[in-house]
Design a protein around this ligand. Structure first.
Ligand SMILES: CC(C)(COP(=O)(O)OP(=O)(O)OC[C@H]1O[C@@H](n2cnc3c(N)ncnc32)[C@H](O)[C@@H]1OP(=O)(O)O)[C@@H](O)C(=O)NCCC(=O)NCCS
Length: 149
C-alpha cells in the first residue's frame, strides 16, 4: 500500500530524514523551518520524500528523492504531484526548482521548462496556471476503462 504524509514547517522530521540522508547524504537544515515536507511510504517503509517552500515570489521544490531500491515504481512521480498539488492549493504563480541535467526530463514530464543553467544545475520553471495533475490527460492507452470515447 502507498501512503503519503505532510509535515508542516517546524514539525519533527524524524521519519523523513532517513530517506533524504540515504539519497543526498544530508539531514535537517534551516530551510526545513520554512518548508512543507512530504513523505511517501510503500508497504509501510518510508521510501520517497521532497519539500516545498516560498522564496522570492515563487514556490520552490527541492530534495525530491526515492530510495534506490524503490525507484522505477512511480513514487518519484507521486511525490512531485503531491508537491505540485500543494503549490496549486496555495495559488502559486510560479513553481521553480534547480536540478542536475540528468533529472530535467523527469520534471519536464509535468511541464517544467528549463530557464537557465548555472554550473551543473538547471533552473526549471512551471507557471502556476500550467500545473496539470490529471494523469489521464494525454495518455495514449486506448483500452483504458477510464477513457470516455
Ligand atoms: C529522479 C527520481 C526522483 C525519480 O524517481 P522514480 O520513483 O524512480 O521515478 P518514477 O518511477 O516516478 O518515474 C516516473 C516517470 O519519470 C521517468 N523518469 C524517472 N527518472 C527520470 C529521469 N532522471 N529523467 C527523465 N525521466 C525520468 C520514468 O521513466 C517514468 O516515466 P513513464 O511515466 O513514462 O514510465 C529518483 O531517480 C531519485 O531519487 N534520484 C536521485 C535524487 C535526485 O536526483 N532527485 C531530483 C533532483 S531534486
Amino acid at each position: 500500500m502507498i501512503q503519503g504524509k505532510w509535515y508542516a514547517p517546524g514539525e519533527d522530521l524524524a521519519e523523513v530524514l532517513p530517506v533524504r540522508r540515504a539519497v543526498f547524504g544530508r539531514g535537517e537544515d534551516p530551510l526545513d523551518a520554512e518548508s512543507w515536507n512530504v513523505l511517501v511510504w510503500e508497504d509501510e517503509v518510508p521510501a520517497a520524500s521532497g519539500r516545498i517552500w516560498w522564496r522570492d515570489g515563487a514556490y520552490r521544490l527541492g530534495d525530491l528523492c526515492v530510495l534506490p531500491d524503490r525507484r522505477g515504481r512511480k513514487l518519484g512521480d507521486l511525490v512531485l504531484r503531491l508537491l505540485l498539488f500543494k503549490a496549486q492549493s496555495h495559488a502559486a504563480r510560479e513553481v521553480r526548482l534547480a536540478c542536475s541535467p540528468d533529472c530535467c526530463g523527469f520534471f519536464a514530464r509535468l511541464g517544467f521548462l528549463p530557464e537557465s543553467v548555472s554550473g551543473q544545475e538547471t533552473e526549471m520553471l512551471l507557471e502556476g496556471d500550467r500545473i496539470e495533475l490529471d494523469s489521464c490527460k494525454n495518455c495514449r492507452k486506448d483500452n483504458c476503462p477510464n477513457r470516455k470515447n
